[in-house]
Design a protein around this ligand. Structure first.
Ligand code: NAG
Ligand code: NAG
Ligand code: NAG
Length: 507
């Protein structure tokens, strides 16, 4: 009996039948899932870890009063989690290292317990055939460095970051081949230093979303990103000169991207789309590919955006082996050139464009399932940067954290987006892998535990924080085992008796 289960999204109009299987992807293409340290590890005050700017932010109540003190307790449950990854059929797991767990206070001696934890996790992954993809910095700067010299707004961060990266390459590089220096530097800089809605909560009136009492929105986001870029290229150069010959790994950075449409078909809005791309994505990738910021940023921001020396520019250029793409959704853009007449400006004003719905970036709403934006991003990166290797490091559907496990819209979202990756591959994009965000429901930056992107639900009322597979975990596992998946949104459960027990979920 063919048990053809559900039709999604309240009436599917066009039946663009697009079946695909895992075998349609190149054999070297990898599928994984992702998390980050503060969002899953817990054990925040254990075994020598010290607080980070993200701990401080959460404890000040900015994530619905939630924090990552316990999170998913992956610090103690990593073996069980790796078994779940095996059951799901993941090729790879993307996680981040907590700087202040490995090197408490950010600089100086390595914490043996922190070292042990990451060695254990990496060994457990490798023993189970799962490739580690490791991020070095995911918003969680050691608070000690923030207190000492202002963290990313000081040039001193470049050396401390490089030394931290050196420890990671030295200790783990015999087993880790894929390194991301920094996660979403564009979002981190804007949220943390311009809008003041993310750690370390710096901004100035009239620009901040929250009332910041420290910082300066007119230039600190540019400054923080500048130091991130220099820290990246410094670590990448170190890797290439000291480790690459022995370890043969790759260095990337992970950039937040989105699809962009002009609100109207006027030249003004079309040019605004171009500016938005340059301000959000070119800001980070142009220096790493070509050695300098996009021209329009230098023109509009003037002396508020720092300049690279020619030596820095030379070191930056080509310091990326791959681009990590973070993609969730799309925005419309309207021209806002009049704002350039304003005397005091910040990043948004310099961009002279407005993103419709930008304030909803972190809301709890579900994303509309509209994968053209991912294709647009992939196509742009291919054209602008000479078809570089790409890992899609985050992509997933947000929903309210919900114990029903019936995450139909996430299944539909993943299905459509993985399908659009296949289209882009067939068009010649150099995409090497896809990672669903997130492996389990975890501590989100602003939503805390109110929203969840996870393939696995974590029961926070259970002291043991038991994980339960959602429909999406089953769907992903079936896809990874080679089952055909079809774009019209049906899942065929006939061939897998283990899934029949799920049938009740669809009624
Ligand atoms: C921010 O810096 C600019 C440029 O140095 C300065 O004009 C402005 O007064 C500063 N704003 C605040 C709030 O300190
Ligand atoms: C976004 O812009 C497109 C035109 O490019 C338009 O068709 C669509 O309705 C706009 N969406 C919103 C939410 O305004
Ligand atoms: C693939 O290329 C064709 C021809 O250039 C283009 O029309 C289509 O939009 C592209 N699709 C993707 C997913 O990039």
């Amino acid at each position: 009996m063919l048990l053809s289960i559900f039709v999604l999204g309240g009436g599917v109009g066009v039946l663009s039948v697009h079946h695909y299987t895992r075998d349609d992807f190149p054999s070297h293409f990898i599928f994984g899932s992702a998390t980050s340290a503060y969002q899953v590890e817990g054990a925040a005050n254990q075994d020598g870890r010290t607080p980070t700017i993200w701990d401080t932010f959460a404890h000040a109540g900015h994530a619905h009063g939630h924090n990552g003190d316990v999170a998913c307790d992956e610090y103690h449950k990593y073996k069980d989690d790796v078994q779940l990854m095996v059951e799901t059929g993941l090729d790879a797991y993307r996680f981040s290292i907590s700087w202040s767990r490995l090197i408490p206070n950010g600089r100086g001696p390595v914490n043996p317990k922190g070292l042990q934890y990451y060695n254990n996790l990496i060994n457990e992954l490798i023993k189970n055939g799962i490739e580690p993809h490791v991020t070095l910095f995911n918003f969680d700067l050691p608070q000690a460095l923030e207190d000492e010299y202002g963290g990313w707004v000081s040039r001193r961060i470049i050396r401390d970051f490089r030394d931290y990266a050196d420890v990671c390459f030295r200790e783990f590089g015999d087993r880790v081949l894929y390194w991301t220096t920094v996660n979403e530097p564009n979002v981190f800089a804007l949220a943390g230093y311009d809008e003041g809605e993310g750690p370390p909560l710096r901004c100035s009136t009239p620009f901040g979303v929250l009332n910041c009492n420290t910082g300066n929105s007119t230039f600190e986001a540019y400054l923080a990103a500048h130091h991130i870029l220099l820290a990246h290229s410094s670590a990448a150069t170190l890797y290439r000169t000291k480790y690459k010959d022995k370890q043969h790994g790759f260095i990337g950075i992970a950039v937040y991207t989105f699809g962009i449409l002009p609100q109207t078909n006027t030249e003004k809005d079309i040019l605004a789309v171009q500016r938005v791309h340059e301000f959000y994505v070119g800001w980070i990738l142009d220096p790493l590919m070509y050695g300098d910021y996009p021209n329009i940023m230098k023109i509009n921001a003037g002396s508020r955006i720092p300049a690279f020396t020619s030596a820095e520019s030379k070191q930056l250029k080509g310091s990326l082996d791959f681009i990590g793409v973070i993609y969730y959704t799309n925005f419309n853009v309207t021209d806002n050139s009049d704002i350039l007449k304003r005397k005091i400006r910040d990043f948004d004003a310099d961009m002279a464009a407005q993103l419709a719905g930008k304030q909803d970036l972190f809301s709890e709403e579900e994303y509309t399932v509209d994968p053209w934006g991912l294709q647009q991003v992939l196509k742009k990166l291919k054209l602008l940067y000479g078809n570089p290797p790409i890992y899609i490091y985050e992509n997933g559907q947000r929903s309210q954290s919900n114990p029903s496990l019936h995450d139909v819209s996430r299944v539909k979202y993943l299905h459509e987006h993985i399908g659009s990756v296949l289209d882009a591959l067939r068009n010649g994009s150099n995409i090497r892998g896809y990672f669903a965000w997130s492996f389990m429901d975890l501590f989100e930056l602003l939503d805390g535990y109110e929203s969840g992107y996870g393939l696995y639900y974590v029961d926070r009322n259970d002291p043991d924080l038991k994980r339960y597979p959602k429909l999406s975990a089953h769907w992903y596992a079936r896809f990874l085992r080679g089952t055909t998946t079809s774009r019209i949104g049906t899942i065929q459960l006939d061939k897998d008796p283990s899934l029949l027990s799920l049938a009740h979920l669809f009624q």
